[in-house]
Design a binder for this molecule. Structure first.
Ligand code: BGP
Length: 490
């Protein structure tokens, strides 16, 4: 029996703000990550702003609240790694050629909204931005690589937060629809697969509902998410109108892969609640309506927004065509709530059955099989794993080689688990795009040294290096796997 079905998509994924650079080129508008400092595993990244009184403030966390009237500011002495990133903006031809050489038949990337509508409310799109992505997609086509394009990957134009009232403003859904319509129309025939918002559930309230801050922050997050659901539904409808052949998916962080800490009933209930939080976004986006448990979550976080009958109809009509998710790790849940770490991410208890990466992420290939099974039985739509990989420190040898057996082992184990889920368990998983096929800037820490790539990029955590690309050992392993449609995994 084959390991993977014929026509399976094999690829890798990047995001504009973590790879492109060219932050002030091509008439692009500014985005929040242009003002996000570098961090480490223990030092959180910060966004730098100047208040209307001239005070410099550092804002952290996943959902920072920008003081009224504050504007982003470049602080001398700070390093902003996303501004140049790995300069995919100028290296895309070389990079896509390397991906094709590895046998990629799919490449997930994102369009930066600010390259298309620098101020969101502009009447006309920015032609330079349109031309840039057109050439990227044409290059993919020349190599037989199918693009999978995320419309929004942690990359909101900054004016959204400073001038347009954040995602709490329901009009954002209309602006997003306009943007989606423009890009789908523009790239019809070049791009068939789209995703609306990357890891939309990363905007879920992070603080445990029992803490006082959660009542304000949590309510705001859920209200903002509601606008994003409306925006996603509008984008799906617009995309289908513009290009009836295109398919639009959602993108969820992590999937519902969690384990109860013990078999105590209270831990099991905590596990179910945690999974419901993970289903919160995908239920709306895939099924077209909020799950019954949403009422409990709204109450816990003090969310007070109304869902109008018109919005209900929109969400139902604008459900997505397929489900995608990022899979890095599983988590432990227990009745005792997780504490928030320095960068706002909760710190979960360690699973004694698993090994952990240098950045503390659980390595759990079987969890991928378990997650795929859960998702398949819940949604019954095609699934793609659109992020997965090992962030690790690589050593470049004198002769330029990089020996990364740990990365090969990681992917091998995940390929095997994915194969079992598909071929033995019957999961309808149609593709896999690992994270960061060439090294890029880490989203959580801003580091280059957290490398996922099969292609090494010469750049360090302070912005030094030639940006030259070279092949790691894993490059040849992946080439063997992808070119054999997963037949040769060893
Ligand atoms: C996901 C994001 C990506 C990516 C990845 C790895 O959450 O969608 O943007 O960066 O995680 O995380 P990191 O870069 O922090 O290692």
């Amino acid at each position: 029996m084959a390991n993977f079905p014929k026509g399976f998509f094999w690829g890798g994924a990047i995001a504009a703000n973590q790879a492109e650079g060219g932050f002030d080129e091509g008439h692009k508008g500014l985005v929040i990550s242009d003002f996000t400092t570098a961090g480490t595993y223990s030092v959180p990244r910060m966004d730098t702003f100047k208040t209307k009184d001239g005070e410099i403030v550092y804002l952290g966390g996943l959902n920072p609240v920008i003081p009224e009237g504050a504007e982003p500011v470049t602080v001398e002495g700070e390093y902003y790694p996303n501004r140049i990133a790995i300069d995919f903006y100028h290296h895309y031809k070389e990079d896509i050629a390397l991906l094709a050489e590895m046998g990629f038949n799919m490449f997930r990337m994102s369009i930066s909204w600010a390259r298309i509508y620098p101020n969101i409310i502009d009447d006309e799109p920015n032609q330079e931005g349109l031309d840039y992505y057109r050439d990227v997609f044409k290059t993919c086509k020349e190599y037989g690589v199918e693009p999978l394009v995320t419309m929004s990957h942690f990359d909101d134009p900054i004016c959204l937060d400073t001038k347009l009232g954040t995602w709490e403003n329901r009009r954002m859904a209309d602006y997003f629809e306009k943007y989606a319509r423009t890009i789908v129309r523009e790239y019809k025939g070049l791009v068939k697969y789209w995703l609306t918002f990357n890891e939309i559930n990363s905007q879920m309230p992070m603080v445990p509902p029992s803490t006082p801050a959660s009542k304000v922050e949590g309510g705001i997050c859920l209200n903002r998410l509601h606008t994003k659901f409306l925006a996603s539904a509008k984008a799906v409808l617009a995309a289908h109108q513009e290009d009836p052949n295109c398919l639009v998916g959602c993108m969820i962080a992590g999937g519902p892969g969690t384990y109860p800490e013990t078999c105590a009933p209270a831990d099991m209930l905590a596990q179910i609640f945690k999974q419901q939080e993970n289903y919160y976004c995908s239920d709306v986006q895939v099924r077209g309506y909020y799950g019954d448990y949403a009422k409990r979550i709204w109450k816990q976080y003090g969310a007070t927004f109304e869902v109008t009958p018109e919005e209900e109809r929109l969400l139902l009509a604008g459900h997505v065509d397929f489900y995608t998710f990022s899979y890095y790790m599983t988590q432990i849940t227990s009745a005792e709530p997780a504490k928030a770490g320095p960068s706002g991410f909760p710190i979960f208890k360690k699973n004694p059955h698993l090994k952990y990466s240098e950045w503390g992420w659980a390595i759990d290939p079987d969890g991928l099989r378990y997650t795929l099974n859960l998702l398949n039985s819940r949604y019954q739509v095609p699934i793609m794993v659109v992020e997965n990989g090992l962030g690790a420190v690589d050593v470049k040898e004198e002769d330029g080689s990089v020996h990364d057996p740990y990365r090969i082992e990681y992917h091998k184990a995940h390929f095997k688990a994915m194969s079992q889920a598909i071929m033995e368990d019957g999961v309808n998983c149609i593709g896999y795009t690992m994270w960061g096929p060439m090294d890029i800037i880490s989203a959580s820490t801003g580091q280059m040294s957290k490398r996922y790539g099969f292609v090494y990029v010469d750049r360090d955590d302070e912005g030094n290096g030639t940006l030259a690309r070279s092949k790691k050992d894993s490059f040849y392993y992946i080439q063997k796997v992808y070119k054999s449609n997963g037949e040769d995994l060893d």
